[in-house]
Ligand binder design. Structure first.
Ligand code: FES
Length: 350
């Protein structure tokens, strides 16, 4: 049997709700419990917080649209900082804070501060307990004032409805085209990477040019184009890396069953895009005995000894292969750019 016993009390609402404050515990009433004017004042305060929260969401949108991302302001301690980041952080932070602060004020000033003890036992409740729980729920609804304070309820719902708007707007920043990419379709953009004829292949991380003898049979190296570092510094983002990253694997030449072009390997060394053709996770899980490359995100599996074809999983397209050779000094180089777009296949559907 569930027993809800009030400890402490509230002069008006407990009686109205069907129980009395315990006589043995002194309970201090709040101003809003006894003075209807104070209760209305508290209601206005909370309402204002929810309304202000909505105003800050609107200001977030205005800042996002109106402030140039290159504008900087001086902030003590932090120095020169992006004005856009400051404005977005402040407005979104205040919008969230005001919803939280309003909810706390509502609970502290307007909901009854009654203590109850709920004794629990068996998990399976008899019908009478279920009915009692339903009655307690109704009582809780009444106590919270959600039904009673119409303005509070509406402004809270309004604040929660507009609150996700900044999150939707920020989705746009998932991809910011560079000036050269403006106006091009994603498929066009993904068809052009930094790889060009005779571009050296360098190890990712150390940026050291790779020689064929650096890669033993069965080995794998993550690699990038030689000029990637410079381009990244110029562009200030990782877009070029996201398209040009490759893996080099080496197998015995007679283990290669098919390639995307005749002789695209160099003495058993094959270069493939590192970006999964499903939804774009970087891949470097290689099983040297089967020559399978496994994507950790959704388990697409590609056979690198068979032209990078899909052997398992949701990817709908093979991994693009890069034709490679060596230059006069014996370093591995690309022979051209990829022959097909890298990355997720769904870009091509448009
Ligand atoms: S991203 Fe590779 S399988 Fe989904």
């Amino acid at each position: 049997m569930t027993d809800i016993t009030p400890h402490g009390g509230h002069d008006q609402q407990p009686a109205k709700l069907g129980y009395s404050p315990r006589a043995d515990i002194e309970h201090r009433l709040r101003l809003a419990d006894t003075d209807p004017k104070a209760a209305r004042r508290a209601e206005r305060q909370v309402t204002s917080m929810f309304l202000l929260s909505m105003v800050f969401v609107v200001l977030f949108v205005v800042a996002y649209i109106g402030i140039d991302p290159s504008t900087e302001v001086y902030i003590p301690v932090f120095g020169l900082t992006s004005a856009l980041n400051i404005a977005l952080g402040l407005t979104l932070g205040l919008a969230i804070f005001l919803i939280g602060a309003g909810a706390i004020q509502w609970a502290k000033k307007l909901m009854p501060d009654v203590e109850v003890v709920q004794q629990r036992h068996d998990q399976l409740s008899p019908d009478s307990d279920t009915q009692e729980a339903a009655a307690n729920y109704e009582r809780g609804k009444e106590e919270s004032g959600f039904a009673r304070f119409r303005m509070l309820r509406r402004t809270l719902i309004g604040a929660l409805i507009v609150f996700p708007i900044p999150l939707v707007i920020m989705l746009k920043d998932l991809w910011v085209p560079t000036p050269e990419e403006e106006g091009k379709s994603p498929a066009d953009i993904l068809s052009t990477t930094l790889w060009t004829a005779d571009m050296r292949i360098v190890s990712d991380g150390t940026y050291k040019p790779v020689r064929p003898e650096d890669l033993p049979v069965g080995g794998l190296i993550s690699a990038v184009p030689a000029d990637l570092q410079e381009v990244e510094e110029l562009q200030g983002n990782l877009n070029a890396r996201g398209k040009a990253a490759i893996i080099l694997v080496r197998m015995e030449p007679d283990e290669i069953r098919a390639q995307q072009g005749d002789g695209w390997d160099y003495q058993g060394i094959l270069a493939y895009s590192k970006i999964c053709t499903h939804v774009g996770c970087p891949i470097a899980l290689y099983e040297q005995r089967t020559h399978h490359l496994l994507c950790p995100c959704h388990q697409s599996t590609f056979d690198l000894a068979d032209a990078g074809n899909v052997v398992f999983g949701p990817a709908a397209r093979r991994m693009p292969q890069l034709q490679i050779g060596v230059d006069a000094e014996g370093y591995l180089v690309a022979k051209s750019d990829f022959a097909e777009p890298v990355g997720p296949s769904f870009w091509e559907r448009g």
